[in-house]
Design a protein around this ligand. Structure first.
Ligand code: ATP
Ligand code: LTN
Length: 323
């Protein structure tokens, strides 16, 4: 059976961009593949995290994985830091990764501009650890949003280089990117991606936002000039909102344009907010019904399964390189 693997950093509340860009695309994969979904807590440390908040975020992100329908029995759901082979392989891979490749990474450039006071070595070698996450499990497919495509590409480069140097031990993975949801934009700025670390809460709809807040945020979302509900790059803000409507309801873009023919932005936004409330309410109910103890148990069981596979792979890798 082919394998897929993906992870998200527990750095705050997950928003619609994370959901549709990543997790939503994981759901159908559960039927077809052996899936690994993990919490990238080691990666989160590349930006300073308050310990008690990090711990809470790890539990909450796992809860969200479960609430949206990732099955902990069928899939391996775990925390990266619980399987020490990730860090171990990360080191080995850093020894074949050219600095010049790491310097090209847009995420490194963005994050080191955003966090000028903490440009640490981990932020720079982040892609080596991400490559280890992927290569440790002989992953075939990596479902991510567009912003992670460059890291998956570098993973392929690192794996090929390693294989050239030592022999064929690492499987070359492929990114899976859903074109429609690859990059949702900020509600307050359609030029930038929707982001957890945006300066304003009005940039995103969090998966845990309550109905009133969702209505308020959609009402405040920037719109373009004109009044017609039309999906066009000339109206980037509206294009983003129509994409969210499409992803939330499953309605085609053409159908949405038809449904709102002759209506204005106000009507459209009101409807969009209600559809989002309908979509998020059952997820939030499920989320609130899961206890921390349940989450801890699931993470422990997942780590145990992941660890077995990771240990076997590391034995092979270490033998190959003469350790
Ligand atoms: P931060 O703002 O802290 O960088 P983030 O919101 O970009 O965080 P990540 O944890 O880096 O979130 O990403 C988790 C997953 O969500 C990744 O697969 C990423 O590609 C995807 N993703 C993040 N933002 C978006 C977005 N705006 N549109 C589509 N996918 C996204
Ligand atoms: N870099 C990713 C998180 C991540 C990941 C991975 C995704 C860490 N390791 C391995 C896919 C596969 C992010 O910021 N979302």
């Amino acid at each position: 059976m082919k394998r897929t693997l993906s992870g998200i950093q527990p750095t705050g509340i997950i928003h619609l961009g994370n959901y549709f860009g990543a997790i939503h695309n994981w759901l159908p994969l559960q039927k077809e593949y052996e899936c690994f979904f993990f919490i990238a807590d080691l990666h989160a440390l590349t930006i300073f995290q308050k310990p008690e908040i990090l711990h809470r975020n790890i539990l909450d992100l796992t809860k969200l994985y479960l609430a949206v329908g990732l099955d902990p029995v069928k899939n391996i759901i775990f925390k990266q830091s619980a399987v020490k082979e990730h860090a171990e392989l990360g080191w080995l891979l850093s020894c074949v990764t050219p600095i010049s490749e790491l310097e090209r990474m847009t995420q490194f450039k963005d994050k080191s501009t955003q966090h000028k006071d903490n440009i640490n070595a981990g932020l720079f070698t982040y892609p080596c650890l991400m490559a280890a996450d992927i290569l440790l499990y002989d992953t075939d497919f990596v479902p991510v949003g567009e912003d992670q495509a460059q890291h998956v590409e570098l993973t392929r480069t690192i794996a090929k280089k390693f294989n050239n140097q030592y022999g064929d031990v690492l499987k070359i993975p492929e990114a899976l990117i859903n074109k429609v949801s690859a990059r949702l934009k900020g509600l307050d700025d359609p030029e930038k991606k929707m982001s957890k670390s945006a300066p304003s809460d009005y940039n995103y709809i969090a998966m845990t936002d309550n109905p009133d807040l969702i209505r308020k945020k959609i009402k405040k979302a920037v719109t373009d000039s004109g009044t017609e509900i039309k999906f066009t790059p000339e109206k980037p803000a509206l294009e983003n909102l129509i994409t969210i409507y499409h992803l939330t309801t499953g309605k085609s873009i053409e159908q949405i344009e038809k449904d709102f023919a002759g209506k204005g932005y106000g009507d459209f936004k009101k409807e969009l907010a209600e559809r989002l409330v309908e979509f998020l309410t059952p997820i939030q109910e499920k989320y609130n019904s899961i206890s921390d103890a349940d989450v801890e148990k699931i993470l422990a069981a997942g780590a145990e399964k992941a660890r077995k596979l990771a240990q076997a792979k590391m034995i092979l890798v270490k033998q190959t390189i003469g350790l």
